[in-house]
Design a protein. Structure first.
Length: 301
């Protein structure tokens, strides 16, 4: 055998190979969306906020893959001298980190600030588990125990609320998954501000945007409210009217074919389970949906 020859020059670069098979999905971490579909890597800067209320003494849990920013107390309404301002229950402003019977004051043009003890009121969503006392609550800690708890949650998904206008739970748009389903809640109205007669006291309240998570109550129960005065005491105000979106069948908005009869006159009657279940059929259902895909959502069927 002869000696080895010199090493030759490198050959030309060959053509690219065929594209390989798609790999398996990686393990989902905290950057995943609600249905375990991974989001793009890097800064998760496109964050979104929603607020949840328990109507109980317990802080509600945030949805899966959402993080609690703070827990607090369900703050609904400010009323002062004929002017009212409702907090959207789906927004962070409706969840106060601390309970204060009078969390505001009035300042005039001379920069003098103070409280109008006769007219200033704050309204809080009450904890339904609590037993409502008959008289005013003068102890702040006792009053705090009667206020519903809330949680402000941060997540990676756009949230949209949809309503069916029927007794059936609506489907989320394409590319969205439900966070929770419930009943379509429109607004609360304080009927009697004077607690004597509605005519003398007037009314206060505002509607909740129907695209807000606050317009989809997970449980259908008549809310009760704790009204607190600047004088430093609180009491339950029963003079509230709650408005819910009506479920209609084939666009029929009347109960017996008579004008104005929607069949809802006893919707809050809870003396019978059968009556309550029947009344629930008249309330529209809703769903709070979180976007889980980067593509545009398809229309709901």
């Amino acid at each position: 055998d002869g000696e080895y020859g010199e090493v030759g020059e490198n050959g030309d670069v060959g053509d690219n190979g065929k594209q390989g098979w798609q790999g398996d999905h990686g393990q989902c971490t905290e950057t995943c969306s609600a249905n375990d579909k991974s989001l793009r890597s890097g800064c998760q800067c496109d964050t979104h906020i929603l607020t949840m209320h328990s109507q109980s003494k317990h802080v509600p849990q945030c949805p899966q893959h959402w993080t609690s920013l703070w827990a607090g107390y369900s703050f609904i309404l400010i009323y002062e001298n004929g002017v009212s301002m409702l907090q959207d229950p789906g927004k962070a402003g409706s969840c106060m980190e601390a309970f204060q019977p009078a969390p505001f004051m009035t300042c005039d043009r001379d920069e003098e600030c103070g409280k109008h003890f006769r007219t200033e009121k704050s309204v809080w969503l009450a904890a339904e588990e609590s037993e409502a006392p008959f008289g005013p609550i003068k102890d702040r800690e006792v009053a705090e125990s009667h206020v519903s708890r809330c949680n402000v949650c941060m997540g990676p998904s756009v949230v949209q609320t949809v309503h069916s206008f029927t007794s059936e739970v609506p489907q989320c748009p394409g590319g969205f998954d439900p966070l929770w389903t419930g009943y379509s809640y429109l607004m609360s109205i304080l009927d009697d501000l004077s607690m004597v007669t509605p005519i003398a006291g007037g009314r206060a309240g505002q509607g909740i945007p129907t695209n807000s998570p606050g317009s989809c109550s997970p449980v259908f129960q008549t809310p009760s409210f704790l009204e607190c005065l600047s004088a430093g005491y609180c009491s339950y105000n029963r003079a509230f009217s709650d408005y819910w979106l009506q479920a209609s069948t084939e666009n029929d908005t009347t109960g017996n074919g008579q004008p104005g009869d929607s069949g809802l006159s006893e919707i809050y009657d809870t003396t019978s389970i059968q009556i309550r279940e029947k009344r629930l059929e008249n309330v529209s259902r809703c769903a709070v949906c979180a976007k889980t895909s980067r593509r545009n959502g398809n229309s709901r069927k």
